[in-house]
Design a protein around this ligand. Structure first.
Ligand SMILES: [Zn+2]
Length: 309
């Protein structure tokens, strides 16, 4: 009888544009860590139905040496990538959307579609660990339903980071398209911000001992301390941190989508402030964001200067 080896998956949750890509790429520099980017979108993007088809290494996902070996997993013989991707996407939409997070937390694998998706993801994470010779996979998908499912996969110990960024900075970032990333109006961005953060709360409350809360603003104020805290969370000695003050040397990665900065390599400075929204977000948009986000934004210390988390 063979036993499934135990691997760690560090999930970064919260709403998009929260700085998860750079944190994932910093962790990717540590021996034994592998940042997969937003794994949730692997099938959609590889089949050409997503925002971009490129891996962080610059190749198309279907041509990348990592992902070309992962994409056939769970694909019935004779089935095209497109048909398999359609099946995976249909199951994701039916079982692990943000609205499903509470059900997955409460009931685990609650139907046959989710069983099939759980089996696929279990195989995929282990295949990634094997191919990359890593013991910690960093997944910055930020999909709380997918993250909740991880606790029900054999041989996987999940850890969770609830990463929050000021909703005004988030809305300003979403207000303009950049490269392959489309734009969202402030009201819509903030609606998602609230929904994803509520789901992330439920997730980290359920797995309190394997979770941490981190504000993006606190991370950029002292990135070395932020990375040390993440390493301690997953039981890794912070002496392995690649941070040198505010600077990190980044190498090529194999991320599935994420912030377009993921293609950047070389010496990278983490800048200490994130206040472009003060000049860039018009007053009416700022009022919309404040009105829609205030209970949580206040709790996180963005509106009053005092954090209640
Ligand atoms: Zn690649």
């Amino acid at each position: 009888m063979t036993t499934t080896p135990q691997i760690t998956v560090l999930c970064i949750t919260g709403w998009c544009r929260n700085g998860s890509t750079i944190i994932g790429n910093i962790l990717n520099e540590i021996p034994g860590f592998f940042h997969v980017g937003e794994l949730h979108f692997l099938w959609k993007n590889a089949a050409g139905r997503g925002a971009n088809e490129q891996c962080g290494c610059g190749l198309k996902l279907v041509d990348c040496p990592y992902w070309s070996a992962i994409l056939p997993i769970g694909r019935p013989p004779g089935t095209t990538l497109e048909a398999h991707a359609n099946t995976v996407i249909r199951r994701q939409l039916a079982t692990v959307r943000t609205r499903h997070t509470w059900r997955v937390l409460r009931s685990g694998v609650y139907n046959a579609d989710l069983r099939a998706h759980a089996d696929l993801m279990g195989q995929v994470y282990h295949a990634i660990a094997d191919r990359s010779d890593s013991r910690v996979i960093v997944d910055t998908s930020k999909m709380p339903g997918e993250s909740a499912l991880l606790a029900h996969l054999d041989g996987i110990t999940p850890y969770y980071v609830h990463l929050v960024r000021d909703p005004r900075a988030t809305a300003q970032s979403w207000s303009k398209p950049k490269e392959y990333v489309y734009a969202l109006p402030p009201g819509k961005s903030t609606g998602y911000w609230t929904g994803f953060n509520l789901a992330a709360h439920a997730l980290t409350r359920r797995h309190r001992r394997r979770s941490m809360f981190l504000r993006y603003e606190d991370f950029i104020a002292d990135p070395a301390a932020g990375i040390d805290a993440l390493l301690r969370l997953v039981g890794t000695d912070p002496v392995l941190s690649p941070m040198r003050g505010r600077t990190v040397e980044l190498h090529r990665n194999h991320t599935v989508t994420g912030n377009p900065d993921r293609f950047h390599t070389g010496a990278t400075l983490i800048r200490p402030t994130d206040d472009a929204w003060r000049a860039g977000l018009p007053a009416p948009a700022r009022r919309t964001v404040t009105a829609l986000s205030w209970p949580l934004a206040w709790r996180y210390g963005y509106l009053t200067g005092t954090r209640k988390e």
